[in-house]
Every structure is written in structure tokens, then in C-alpha cells.
Design a protein. Structure first.
Length: 258
């Protein structure tokens, strides 16, 4: 991998976008390598939790590389957007929690990557937005769909129509990010949260994530039915028995992810 760095720290995986010379801008190679590494992670027992962040000290992902997009035809632009969607959907659908540690600019495609993560922790220096209309295009990797679901349709329209870039505090107030921390504490806090999550059963984490994600696209009655099916599946695992037995015996559970 040239544009993606990955390392494992116990049960926590850390994936970095690695094009700091262009503020980690996304291009075809990034999307292909991101899809590849996420596909490999799906096959492995570890990590139990994944943290996404950007190399360098200025950007999570500053956007999609305009050099890659400037001369695309409509047919080529559609193919490019489908490639991006494949990679970003893999983040959203990954069978384990994903935390975005937003260490700087998360604009355009970078904001769309962050929104596909399950939890977003931002540095106080972070800047977020969907400024595509400044280039006479619209978001094409989930911005018009995920942003309204997080901040509401009216505020999403304002951000997209104006192309405004907001600071971390505003993003927190809107619900676009979940926490804002001092810049030098970003990875410390992200790893602390990841460690707490990693103590849970991997199977129940996967079931909780799929119940939430799939339920969002269903009517409430159907979503509640789906939740019951996921809940019931927990009772076919060794971890469920261990968790309840440990509670009754007043000890810490020893989960084996089975």
C-alpha cells in the first residue's frame, strides 16, 4: 500500500490516509487500496475496533483530488463515484466499530468518509464541510444523503448550498461529530474509546452495528422486528453465556468472540 498505512495495536487497528503532501486527498488509488485493506480486515479476527485518521498534522482528508476529476466525462465521473462508494460503503458496512479521529481538514470526500464511520472524534483544530458547490458540482460520495441524516435536511442544505466550512465546535453542536478534544489528545482519546469498545464481544458489536444501520433504512415496525432477530442471535453465542454468568458471579467476563 502506498496511500494507506495500517498498523495493529492489540485489538485496535489504526488506518491512516497517507498522502500528506496533498493533505491526504482521495484519488482512484486511495479508493482501491482502501477497499483492499478493508476487505482483508473483514477476513481477520483482529482488529475488533478500527480507527481512521490522516497522516501529518493538518488533514484527515482534505477532499477528493481535483487533478483526478477535472477532465472527467459524465460516464467517467459516474465510474469514479461508484469506485468511491464501494470504498466508503465498506467503512459503513464493516462488521466492527469504526472511529474517525479527525485531525484537521475533513472536506468534501473527507467529510463523507468521516460520516461513514460509526463515531467521530474531532481535534479542536478540525474543519468540516461539503464545499463541492464551489466547484460547480455536488457531493457524490454520500454527502447529500448522510449529512441530512446527521444534522437534519435544512442545515445540510445550507451547508451544501453555501459550501461553508465549519469548525469543530459547530460540528459538535450540529451532531456532525460526537466529541471535540485538544489536538494533542486526539489519538489518546480515540484509542481510549476503542479500548473500551474492544472489551466487548465482537459478535454482539457486529449485531448491534447491523441492527442500527439496517434499521435506519426501514420503517419503525420493520426495524423493531429486525432488532429482535439480532437480539435473538446473541443467545446462540458462548459470549452471551459468559457475559451473563460473569455478571451473576460478580466478575469480569472473559469473551472469546464465539
Amino acid at each position: 500500500m502506498e496511500t494507506i498505512l495500517f498498523e495493529l495495536e492489540g485489538p485496535i487497528g489504526i488506518l491512516k490516509f497517507n498522502r500528506p503532501e496533498v493533505l491526504n486527498a482521495l484519488n482512484r488509488q486511495v479508493f482501491l487500496e482502501l477497499t483492499s485493506v478493508l476487505s482483508q480486515i473483514e477476513k481477520e479476527i483482529m482488529p475488533k475496533v478500527l480507527i481512521l485518521t490522516g497522516s501529518g498534522d493538518r488533514a484527515f482528508v482534505a477532499g477528493t483530488d481535483i487533478v483526478d476529476m477535472e477532465n472527467l466525462s459524465s460516464v467517467q465521473a459516474r465510474a469514479f463515484a461508484l469506485l468511491a462508494r464501494q470504498a466508503i460503503d465498506k467503512i459503513y458496512d464493516l462488521d466492527r466499530p469504526v472511529i474517525a479521529a479527525i485531525n484537521g481538514f475533513a472536506l468534501g470526500g473527507g467529510c463523507e468518509v468521516a460520516m461513514a464511520c460509526d463515531i467521530r472524534i474531532a481535534s479542536e483544530k478540525a474543519k468540516l464541510g461539503q464545499p463541492e458547490t464551489n466547484l460547480a458540482i455536488i457531493p457524490g460520495s454520500g454527502g447529500t444523503q448522510r449529512l441530512p441524516r446527521l444534522v437534519g435536511p435544512s442545515r445540510a442544505k445550507q451547508m451544501i448550498f453555501t459550501g461553508e466550512v465549519i469548525d469543530a465546535k459547530t460540528a459538535l453542536d450540529l451532531g456532525l461529530v460526537d466529541r471535540v478534544v485538544p489536538h494533542d489528545q486526539l489519538m489518546v482519546e480515540a484509542k481510549k474509546m476503542a479500548s473500551a469498545i474492544a472489551q466487548k464481544s465482537k459478535i454482539c458489536l457486529a449485531l448491534a452495528k447491523t441492527a442500527i444501520n439496517r434499521g435506519l433504512s426501514l420503517d419503525l415496525s420493520s426495524a423493531l422486528d429486525y432488532e429482535i432477530e439480532c437480539f435473538a442471535q446473541c443467545f446462540s453465542t458462548k459470549d452471551q453465556r459468559e457475559g451473563m454468568r460473569a455478571f451473576l458471579e460478580k466478575r469480569k467476563p472473559n469473551y472469546t468472540d464465539q
